[in-house]
Design a binder for this molecule. Structure first.
Ligand code: SF4
Length: 176
């Protein structure tokens, strides 16, 4: 699999201090994206699941959880699922992901490819939607634009017909 980067102690990619894996490759090409170098699928660094396992192991002691970012982990489904399985089954860490797809688009895509649901099943939280420059805000934590939503994935999958939001997750007072 290909990664654009790795962070061992991020405070801007979800709640708490998190390990972040930035997948290489994104199809959305949002105007004014801050990370266009993550768009091509053939760039970044080739890594094995064993190397990722080692990185998580070395950094898991004091982490609040792991975030899959990009690029877009949902544009790298087979690799993201492999990593998500490792994080949940072996390390049992809180797992969240950022995607340029909306939750509704993920559900539509899942009709053709069940891997979309497979990855969702491993997630605790999802931040969805493309970056929209006109809706950019610096007053919302960990998101670029106001259209992007924080979703409680497990509660949403359970409810079947409504999306359960978890905006308080991004409010740092939640952890005080
Ligand atoms: S989804 Fe994210 S990485 Fe992809 S183009 Fe949009 S802002 Fe950039």
């Amino acid at each position: 699999m290909r990664l654009a980067g790795f962070a061992s102690e991020s405070i801007v990619d979800g709640p708490g201090v998190r390990i972040v894996l930035f997948f290489q490759g994104c199809k959305h090409h949002c105007p004014s994206c801050q990370n266009p170098i993550t768009w091509p699928f053939d760039s970044g660094t080739e890594v094995t699941i064993e190397q990722i396992d080692k990185l998580i192991q070395e950094n898991s002691a004091n982490t609040s959880g792991v975030t899959l970012s990009g690029g877009d982990p949902f544009c790298n489904l087979e690799d993201s699922i492999q990593v998500a399985k490792l994080i949940k089954n072996k390390y049992k860490l809180n797992l969240m992901a950022f995607t340029g797809y909306t939750y509704e688009e993920l559900m539509d895509n899942a009709k053709e490819d069940p891997n979309y649901i497979e990855l969702l099943k491993y997630l605790d939280y999802l931040v969805d939607g493309r970056f929209v420059l006109a809706l950019r805000s610096i007053s919302i934590n960990n998101r670029g634009s106001r259209n992007q939503r924080v979703i409680d994935v497990k509660a949403t999958l359970k409810s079947k017909d409504k999306i359960v939001f978890a905006d308080r997750l991004m409010d740092m007072s939640f952890y005080n």
